[in-house]
Write a protein that binds this ligand. Structure first.
Ligand code: SAM
Length: 255
């Protein structure tokens, strides 16, 4: 594996997304329940846009599955799930998560830029918050496209460079989460669309508007929680929609 991918794996072994939010013992059922609750409170758009119960009997691959919160939701909806991630520690937690919930999942430490599965083998390939952290995003997209069956669907999320959060972080001089990761890219809508060129159909929806933070403390966090969140969310949606921090893409492979 190249040096950057090595560094990425090491980073995510020690910076698993949102882990610090859970207070229950590591790996317990309550621990994963807390992570799931936090994730779906913060990303309340996710179950609205992604039909986790919409793939019964179908094969779903999650690239960069982390501890497997979304993968578990697909499995609970009846999908046959496979999760891959570069981080062995995250994957180990994903195994514990599935075991706690009695879910049968195939989980493998694997590079999403070189997926070890056959062409045309999945109905859905999902990568939420992953492409922006990998070394060679074009390679990851090409692999996601390759393993999808004809007319299969890909769902991805990357960060929007032209968003409220990127602007606020610069204005308030507050670092973004995982800004210290070996790779962190942000995309404009146009750049993301270009990245998704291998797909036949692509729809991109900006999402993730301000919600109160639990991760940050101090006066900047108070100002954000008590003033900014309310004010921003009262602005007309037509104005704020393009500024969402998450660019969710729904793409289809050709027939
Ligand atoms: C921000 S976390 C997101 C985890 C999960 N998708 C979520 O939304 O909670 C990014 C994840 O992508 C994984 N990742 C980054 N590059 C990868 C690659 N080339 N192959 C597989 N996983 C990768 C990291 O190990 C990490 O677990």
């Amino acid at each position: 594996m190249d040096v950057t991918l090595d560094a990425i794996a090491t980073y995510w072994d020690t910076h698993i997304h949102d882990l610090e939010i859970a207070t229950a013992p590591l790996g317990s059922r309550e621990f994963f329940a807390q992570l799931d609750k936090y994730r779906f409170d913060k990303l309340h758009y996710l179950p609205r846009l992604v039909n986790f119960a919409g793939y019964p009997g179908q094969s779903v691959l999650e690239v960069g599955c982390g501890v497997g919160l979304d993968l578990a939701r697909f499995a609970q909806g009846g999908a046959n799930v496979t999760g891959i991630d570069l981080s062995p520690i995250a994957l180990d937690l994903a195994r514990q998560n599935m075991a706690q919930q009695g879910i049968n999942a195939r989980l493998e430490v694997m590079n999403g830029e070189e997926i070890g599965f056959a062409d045309n083998s999945f109905d859905l390939v999902y990568a939420h918050g992953v492409v922006q952290y990998t070394a060679h995003p074009e390679a990851m997209i090409a692999e996601m496209h390759r393993v999808l069956r004809p007319q299969g669907q890909a769902i991805l999320m990357v960060y929007n460079r032209l968003s409220w959060l990127n602007a606020l972080s610069k204005l308030m001089n507050v670092g973004l989460e995982h800004a210290d990761a070996p790779v962190l890219r942000k995309y404009s809508l146009k750049e993301f669309r270009r990245l998704l060129a291998p797909f036949a159909q692509v729809k991109i929806v900006p999402e993730r508007f301000p919600v109160k933070t639990k991760l940050h403390k101090g006066w900047k966090a108070t100002l954000f929680n008590e003033l900014f969140v309310g004010l921003f969310n009262r602005l007309p949606q037509a104005m704020t929609r393009p500024l969402g921090w998450h660019l969710m893409a729904f793409a289809r492979k050709e027939a």
